[in-house]
Design a protein around this ligand. Structure first.
Ligand code: MD3
Ligand code: FE
Length: 203
């Protein structure tokens, strides 16, 4: 089922569910080479969400700022390649939401343990705002909030569940959004965590 939640934004309920085992297997392979880590913001705070990446570029933050890098700063090696099953899922979700020819080069993998959250922010470190962002939620449900183009715009909230895929593009690409603190629970496949994949055209 496709739910249009804002102009250019579609929530594809359960779109990734049938591939859950394949997705978890390739995520484990990426994490074996580029482990999850808690990065530091430019302001000196350690993020509660643990992150890693695959693809040509990975998102990183440290005291110098936010940016995309072709190499993992922890190992100084290139990020693991983006597995075909991940790229194909993102491209087909984008097409389903009306964005043909999406060519993601970055997949950020976010891991939320109970209590982890992501404050309201905009995604603007990418070169090309014309390309959509595709996000895939796995594991425990989370409350997602999205507002408008100003941080002060009152956010709307909705729940993201295991297998849900969100596509953001067009006029909604730059809205403020965030994730409330993850509520504890036990997911049958992932246990006490939520994993979110975000696919972008970063370079
Ligand atoms: C709306 N991640 O990594 S995914 C992020 O659940 C991020 O881990 C959240 O925000 C997470 O930057 C939310 C949904 C999402 C991703 C990108 C967006 C929503 C978006 C970009 C623009 C607008
Ligand atoms: Fe974001």
């Amino acid at each position: 089922r496709r739910e249009d939640i804002a102009p250019g934004a579609a929530l594809l309920h359960g779109f990734a569910r049938a591939q859950e085992l394949e997705l978890m297997a390739v995520i484990e392979a990426v994490v074996a080479r580029a482990p999850f880590r808690h990065m530091m913001t430019p302001g000196g705070h350690t993020m509660s969400v643990a992150m890693t990446s695959c693809g040509r570029a990975g998102w990183v933050t440290d005291r110098r700022g936010y940016r995309y890098a072709t190499h993992d700063p922890a190992s100084e090696l290139p990020w693991p390649e983006m597995p075909d099953v991940l790229r194909e899922l993102a491209v087909s979700a984008a097409a389903e939401a009306g964005f043909a020819a999406f060519t993601p080069d970055a997949c950020l993998i976010n891991r939320y343990a109970p209590g982890a959250k992501m404050a309201l922010h905009q995604d603007k470190d990418e070169q090309d705002f014309a390309a959509p962002i595709v996000s895939v939620s796995l594991g425990l449900p989370a409350v997602f909030q999205f507002g408008g183009m100003a941080r002060s715009d009152k956010p709307r909230r909705f729940e993201l569940r295991h297998g849900d895929v969100l596509v953001w593009g067009g006029e909604t690409r730059l809205v403020y959004h965030g994730v409330l603190a993850l509520k504890d629970g036990e997911h049958p496949l992932l246990g006490r965590q939520r994993i979110n994949l975000t696919f972008r055209k970063a370079l």
